[in-house]
Design a protein around this ligand. Structure first.
Ligand code: TXA
Ligand code: MG
Length: 353
């Protein structure tokens, strides 16, 4: 169900166009320990002054986020990098030169100035410089690094519009700077650069192949299973994420004909059980699912960045009045397809191979 606030002021009043004066207003809120939601090139973030422990604690409360899941610190210039991280390896600078500002987050040894609440008491801090005019202007005007997770309720799809933020967080956020729909639509790639080899902790718009061109080797993607001590390298990966309002089944079959046949079979199966069925598909495949009760078209198979861009919005579009269960197609795993598959598998309650 969509969340509606009972207050007469409603959630939409906190959304403002990101004019220079509103950016200054938002920066002042940050400097005063308040929360501000802002656009980045990936998804909207829910920001607080990263060096203000009390302000950062409010993020966890507003999102209902588990305290063992650390936050990404957003910076606007290299001076701020040195404020939060130390012993930065050369390979990190090499990658920053190529991909910053942009959707690449680095896990680095943290400086003492970063409060434990940001890093979930860990010794490392995740840092990125976003490639978004509004985000950069906001961080600059606030004069501090900004800790910001995606501005959704924990477990829900990340917000790619200001309206998504209002839907999830409503009056729990002082101000939502509206910068339109975000360009990439999926969160940044997270890399750990503290080991011998660079490792991908979360896939995103900067793909392993793009990193390989700078590194000279193809970086591995970390397994999300806990190690012997029960620790996970990327704490966020152990939680179910991005879940729409009803159960989602991911049909992970790569052969197209077999996949379509399986989706058709599942539609029939659930219909016989008396359930309404939603299907998440591409422009190319929508014609196969005429019998489904709600079909949501998410981009084109010939343009996977378009699938990434619309994925979270599509997941939010499913209506519990029209679908009791969602069947999602596999969009392939080339390039950003890897990140799309990762997000869909974590939105899924069941994966069909
Ligand atoms: O694109 C993005 O990265 C967006 C925008 C707002 O910048 N932010 C975002 O934040 O996706 P969040 O909190 O939703 O996801 C941060 C991810 C989580 O999986 C978290 O566990 C991981 O980064 N992370 C943060 N600090 C870490 C650390 N020190 N070591 C390992 N993983 C870390
Ligand atoms: Mg998130």
């Amino acid at each position: 169900m969509k969340r509606r606030t009972k207050s007469s002021s409603g959630p939409t009043k906190v959304i403002v166009r990101a004019t220079p004066s509103k950016i200054r207003e938002a920066a002042a809120l940050l400097a005063n320990g308040k929360l501000v939601a802002f656009p980045t090139e990936t998804v909207y973030g829910l920001g607080a002054n990263a060096l203000d422990e009390k302000a950062v604690a409010k993020i966890f409360k507003a999102k209902g986020r588990p305290s063992d899941n650390p936050l990404i610190v957003h910076i606007a210039d290299m001076r701020e990098l040195k404020m939060v991280a130390k012993n930065i390896p050369d390979v990190a600078f090499k990658l920053m030169k190529k991909f910053w500002p942009g959707p690449l987050t680095f896990v680095l040894p943290k400086k003492a100035a970063v409060p434990h609440v940001v890093t979930a008491s860990g010794k490392t801090v995740a840092v990125r410089m976003p490639e978004n005019r509004i985000a950069l202007a906001l961080i600059k005007a606030a004069g501090c690094p900004v800790a910001a997770p995606s501005a959704n309720l924990a477990g829900k799809p990340s917000p790619t519009t200001a309206a998504h933020v209002a839907e999830d967080l409503g009056s729990n956020v002082g101000l939502i700077l509206d910068g339109g729909k975000t360009r990439h639509g999926l969160e940044s790639t997270v890399v750990d650069v503290t080991g011998k080899k660079v490792e991908i902790l979360r896939s995103g718009a900067v793909t392993a192949e793009m990193l390989e061109k700078v590194l000279g080797y193809l970086p591995e993607t970390a397994h999300h299973a806990p190690d012997k001590k029960g620790k996970v390298k990327s704490p966020g990966m152990k939680y179910r994420h991005y879940a729409p309002n009803v159960d989602l089944l991911l049909v992970a079959i790569s052969d197209r004909k077999t996949m379509i046949a399986e989706v058709e079979r599942l539609i029939g199966l659930y219909h016989r059980k008396g359930l309404l069925v939603g299907v998440l598909t591409s422009k190319e495949h929508r014609k196969f699912y005429q019998t489904a009760d709600q079909v949501v078209v998410c981009g084109s198979l010939n343009d996977l960045p378009s699938v990434a861009k619309h994925l979270y919005d599509s997941l939010r579009t499913f209506d519990p009045h029209m679908a009791d269960v969602i069947i999602a197609e596999n969009f392939g795993s080339k390039g950003i397809g890897h990140a799309i598959f990762d997000r869909l598998s974590r939105a899924a309650s069941k994966i069909i191979h």
